[in-house]
Design a protein around this ligand. Structure first.
Ligand SMILES: NC(=O)c1ccc[n+]([C@@H]2O[C@H](COP(=O)([O-])OP(=O)(O)OC[C@H]3O[C@@H](n4cnc5c(N)ncnc54)[C@H](OP(=O)(O)O)[C@@H]3O)[C@@H](O)[C@H]2O)c1
Length: 287
């Protein structure tokens, strides 16, 4: 397929492009500089010129805390720009993949959220991403809405690197232990997305790495081999502008039935990422 990727400079975009490439797809990548998705005329012109077979919409406003103050911008990018993409996909009669988030849920359920559960976002980021889901659903029949969670991976500012760097500089590491979710590597998410688009089985999916962790559990696993201490704290000891769901684990049954396999366990994905990180650092030091 000829696949157009928006937000290609972002963390997921940069993992997805080589993955799609390795599956034999022709990938046309657009960073924000080359395709600002809030510009409808430009999006329409680009789609008409490139004539993709499918669009993977990875562009987003992802700064969860900043969204509370920059509400308009968050909705402009996550809602309006997503609608631009959906309208243009509809005009070309091609499918779209929209990456959404576990933050569309309020976190009160206490057990994994299925794709059939009601959404109820409690932050501007979550609300604006849900606005994107609604726009996709409004304009298209053939779409994949894929909700994921707690992403980290190469080429992006992420929790793993932050904790690792704190450990290396000897800074005290205090991490919230009363919010639970599933850390997910962009590399495993990319493989799942690549599998999914081959099915033509459109719909809403949950795709996160298997298993459950608190941010504290996640941090401890990151520094497991470094002999540093991680201190658990409560959400109330670490106030942030945006409220996070307490429990946003996703039930991936629909994805598993569709792609005929499970996602890897988050600890296994983390091990692979830490290994890649080590190799990249060694190369950097030698150069
Ligand atoms: N990160 C997570 O933990 C997480 C969890 C669940 C779901 N998700 C979803 O996963 C997707 C990918 O996230 P990510 O972690 O890869 O985020 P990311 O690294 O922030 O990538 C998003 C990219 O979109 C670009 N962008 C922003 N506004 C744009 C616009 N108007 N037009 C075109 N591009 C624009 C950003 O550029 P600038 O950086 O220059 O603004 C950035 O390169 C997003 O839909 C996000 O909501 C992420």
């Amino acid at each position: 397929m000829k696949i157009l990727v928006t937000g290609a400079g972002g963390m997921l975009g940069q993992a997805l492009i080589p993955c799609l490439d390795s599956r034999g797809h022709e990938v046309i990548e657009f960073t924000k500089e080359h395709l600002d998705c809030t510009n409808y005329t430009l999006v329409r012109h680009t789609f008409n010129t490139e004539k993709p077979d499918l669009v993977m919409h990875c562009a987003a406003f992802t700064k969860v805390d900043q969204a509370e103050a920059e509400t308009k911008l968050a909705y402009f990018i996550n809602g309006y720009a997503t609608e631009n993409i959906a309208v243009c996909c509809s005009a070309l009669n091609i499918p779209m993949v929209y990456i959404s988030t576990d933050y569309v849920f309020d976190g009160e359920k206490g057990s994994p959220y299925s794709t059939f559960d009601d959404t109820n976002p409690i932050s501007i980021y979550g609300k604006s991403k849900l606005a994107g889901e609604i726009a996709v659903n409004r304009h298209l029949n053939n779409y994949y809405i894929v909700r994921t969670s707690w992403l980290y991976g190469p080429n992006g500012k992420n929790f793993v690197d932050t904790i690792y760097n704190m450990a290396a500089t000897g800074k005290p590491i205090r991490v919230v232990s009363d919010q639970f979710g599933s850390p997910t590597c962009t590399l495993s998410l990319s493989e799942a997305l690549a599998d999914l688009i081959e099915t033509n089985r459109y719909g809403v999916y949950h795709a996160s790495d298997e298993g459950v962790a608190s941010w504290y559990d996640f941090a401890k696993e990151i520094v497991k081999d470094l002999n540093v201490e991680v201190t658990p704290i409560g959400t109330r000891d670490f106030p942030r502008p945006a409220t996070r769901p307490k429990y946003s684990v996703l039930d991936k049954s629909t994805l598993n039935y569709t792609i005929n396999r499970e996602m890897p366990n988050w600890k296994d994905s983390l091990k692979i990422y830490l290994e890649l990180r080590k190799v990249a650092n060694q190369k950097f030091q030698k150069a």
